[in-house]
Write a protein that binds this ligand. Structure first.
Ligand code: FE2
Length: 194
C-alpha cells in the first residue's frame, strides 16, 4: 500500500487534475462495487484500481498531458500508451498482476473499437468495464475534461445510456445509472449538479 501512495504522489506532482480524478474514480469504483454486492475484497480491489488507473500518465510528457487545445494525431498516439505504461509499472509490483491487467484494458470499448488491444464485450476484464463507466462519469461531470462546462448528473447518465452497448457494457451501464441515482438521492455525490 505504501508503494501505491508513492505512485499517487508521483502523478500528483505531474498533474493535479489526474490525481483528484483518480481519487474520485476510486470512490465511485468502491461504491459501485458495493452497490452490485461484490465481496469486500473486491470492493477494496475496485478502490485500488481507481487510484492507480491513470498511473501510466507519468510516462506522458507534461506538454501533451496539460495541453489545453486539440491534440494532434501524434500527441494522441502518445496519450494512448498510458494504459500499457501503467500496466507495465504495476505488473512489477507483487500481488498487482490482476490490477495491471485491468489498467491495461481501461480504454477498451464494449464494441471493440477502443484503444488497448481491441478487446470486445466480456473479453474485457470485468473491472475494466466498471472502470470505464466510473472514469467517463467523473470526466463528464468534472470541470476539466473534453468540454468547458461539466455535465449535470442527469445529462452524464443520458450520455452513458446512449453509449450502452457501444462504449459501455449495457448491463453494467444500467446498474451504474441505478447506483448513481441512489447516491444522488442520498446526497452522497460529490458533483450533484442535476
Ligand atoms: Fe486513462
Amino acid at each position: 500500500m505504501h508503494e501505491i501512495q508513492t505512485f499517487c504522489q508521483a502523478i500528483g506532482e505531474r498533474d493535479s487534475y489526474t490525481m483528484k480524478h483518480s481519487m474520485k474514480v476510486a470512490g465511485l469504483m468502491a461504491g459501485f462495487a458495493e452497490y452490485v454486492e461484490l465481496p469486500g475484497d473486491d470492493v477494496t480491489l475496485a478502490y485500488l484500481i481507481g487510484i492507480v488507473h491513470d498511473i501510466g500518465k507519468v510516462g506522458v510528457p507534461s506538454h501533451i498531458l496539460n495541453k489545453a487545445g486539440r491534440l494532434t494525431a501524434e500527441e494522441f498516439s502518445v496519450i494512448k500508451q498510458h494504459p500499457d505504461i501503467g500496466a507495465r509499472l504495476l505488473a512489477k509490483m507483487d500481488g498487482l498482476e490482476k490490477v495491471a491487467e485491468v489498467v491495461r484494458h481501461h480504454h477498451e470499448r464494449y464494441d471493440g473499437t477502443g484503444y488497448g488491444q481491441g478487446l470486445a464485450g466480456e473479453e474485457i476484464p470485468f473491472f475494466s468495464r466498471m472502470l470505464s463507466l466510473c472514469d467517463a462519469f467523473d470526466a463528464m461531470t468534472s470541470s476539466r475534461c473534453y468540454r468547458w462546462k461539466p455535465l449535470s448528473t442527469n445529462s452524464a447518465l443520458e450520455e452513458i445510456a446512449s453509449c450502452a452497448g457501444t462504449q459501455f457494457d449495457p448491463e453494467l451501464s444500467r446498474d451504474f445509472a441505478d447506483f448513481i441515482k441512489a447516491q444522488s438521492a442520498l446526497g452522497k455525490l460529490a458533483s450533484s449538479g442535476v
